[in-house]
Design a protein. Structure first.
Length: 206
């Protein structure tokens, strides 16, 4: 997805691009400090050092800022998936790399308040919920495409469906894990990682 798909006006000149980056950086800092619910557009403009009118030129409301930040997170995750699964030759190697991807995804949510805040709101915001589903679909296709040469031809269509479902369930599992205390969250993720190894291993060990 385009990083600026949520923008009212797409910046083209270097100065405008730099201004948008300042806005997004300011919004990320404020979300990390107080959570997105408490952030006001006037605070974002003040932190970014831009007039409030300039802010509204690019982002009609706070939801547009959150959507743009969410799209950037999604693009970052997809880039990580593509890099991690490049050149996989065996099912065992594929399962090991998928497990590391899941471990890193969980760590991202633990370490970055902005990521936690944005994705915890996907169930209450229809636009973010739709974005979450589309990200899962894109990630599922990416995984299936990278590993389909390891899956019997007769199972490849089903494998793509399972990958899509797995990506969506992974987001739900991680959100649950960060909603409880850390020890329980770690246990939940350990069990989820085992479940994925079993489910995906049924295709990749065939």
């Amino acid at each position: 997805m385009n990083d600026v798909a949520a923008l009212r006006r797409k910046p083209t000149q270097a100065r405008a691009l730099e201004r948008v980056e300042r806005i997004l950086t300011a919004a990320s800092e404020l979300i990390a400090e107080t959570g997105s619910d408490a952030v006001k557009m006037t605070e974002v403009a003040e932190r970014a050092g831009v007039p409030i009118g300039s802010l509204y030129q690019y982002f009609p409301d706070k939801a547009a800022i959150l959507k743009t930040l969410a799209e950037r997170i999604g693009a970052r995750v997809r880039a990580g998936i593509a890099a991690s699964l490049e050149g996989v030759d065996t099912g065992a190697e594929a399962l090991a790399r998928l497990d590391r991807l899941l471990e890193n995804y969980y760590a991202m949510f633990l370490d970055e308040p902005v990521v936690r805040d944005i994705w915890s709101g996907t169930q209450s915001d229809k636009a973010l919920q739709a974005l979450d589903i589309e990200d899962s679909r894109a990630n599922g296709r990416l995984v299936a495409g990278a590993l389909k040469h390891l899956v019997p031809r007769r199972e490849q269509a089903r494998f793509e469906t399972v990958c899509f479902l797995t990506m969506q369930l992974t987001g739900a599992a991680v959100r649950l894990a960060i909603a409880v205390d850390r020890k329980e969250g770690d246990r939940l993720m350990a069990e989820y990682r085992r479940l994925l190894q079993t489910e995906l291993g049924a295709f990749l060990r065939a």
